[in-house]
Design a binder for this molecule. Structure first.
Ligand code: MLT
Length: 216
């Protein structure tokens, strides 16, 4: 385990102000899994890709679950803070202060990214969530004023039903986020259309802090 709390891979960007994609893999993935995806989504971005710290029969995950889609909420809370601390530590270690940090999560990685947005809303500046569920029902929604979130869900996904996807979108909208919900013609797996839509969505949002702030 790295001193930052997660085994991880960091791929620097050429430009010193490019955004950082926080790549969060699905169950059974690791820190190498989504590097290629990150490079496809935004070739100019830096990539920070941690491995989940929980093992389920040898398969890395970001938090424990009791059954498929039934989460250990105490562990989820603890691991969410652990991941937030990792990101803050990595920002210092790799000199990423002032960069936009955008989570890109698939399945279990999307679920912890959603939890991160709800529990530690200041860590991220945007999120692309593929096949995300509602991680938990928040007692109080945080203020996510204008934070852009893309939810890319699968119409035939046996794990994430339409109601769950819509509920997640509503939670984020209530928090004041700018939410785009896309339904792909697919199941739980990632498709070419997910990659194309997320690439376009990222291109239409600021890639650096300078681009996000009005010029005086
Ligand atoms: C989860 O546990 O986060 C979801 O069931 C998705 C999965 O990883 O299978």
């Amino acid at each position: 385990m790295s001193e930052l709390g997660h085994v991880h891979q960091f791929v620097p960007s050429e430009r010193a102000d490019a955004r950082v994609l926080l790549m969060l893999h699905g169950t059974g993935g690791d820190e190498h899994d989504l590097i290629q995806l990150g490079q496809m989504l935004d070739p100019a971005a830096a990539l920070l890709s941690p491995r989940g710290n929980v093992l389920e029969h040898g398969a890395p995950r970001f938090f424990r679950r009791l059954a498929e889609g039934v989460f250990d909420l105490e562990d989820l809370r603890r691991r969410t803070h652990e991941l937030a601390d990792f990101v803050e530590g990595a920002v210092k270690q790799y000199g990423l202060e002032g960069r936009r940090i955008v989570a890109v999560g698939f399945s279990n990685g999307a679920n912890i990214a959603a939890s991160l947005l709800l529990l530690r809303p200041r860590v991220l500046h945007g999120a692309v969530l593929f096949r995300a569920m509602v991680p938990f029902e928040p007692e109080k929604v945080p203020f996510l004023g204008g934070l852009p979130i893309l939810l890319s869900e699968g119409r035939f996904d046996p794990l994430v039903g339409r109601k769950v996807a819509e509920r997640l979108a509503t939670i984020f909208k209530t928090a004041g986020a700018e939410v785009t919900l896309i339904e792909q013609e697919s199941g739980h797996e990632l498709t070419r259309a997910d990659v194309d839509d997320a690439t376009k969505w990222l291109a239409s949002h600021p890639a650096s802090r300078a681009a996000a702030e009005p010029q005086s």
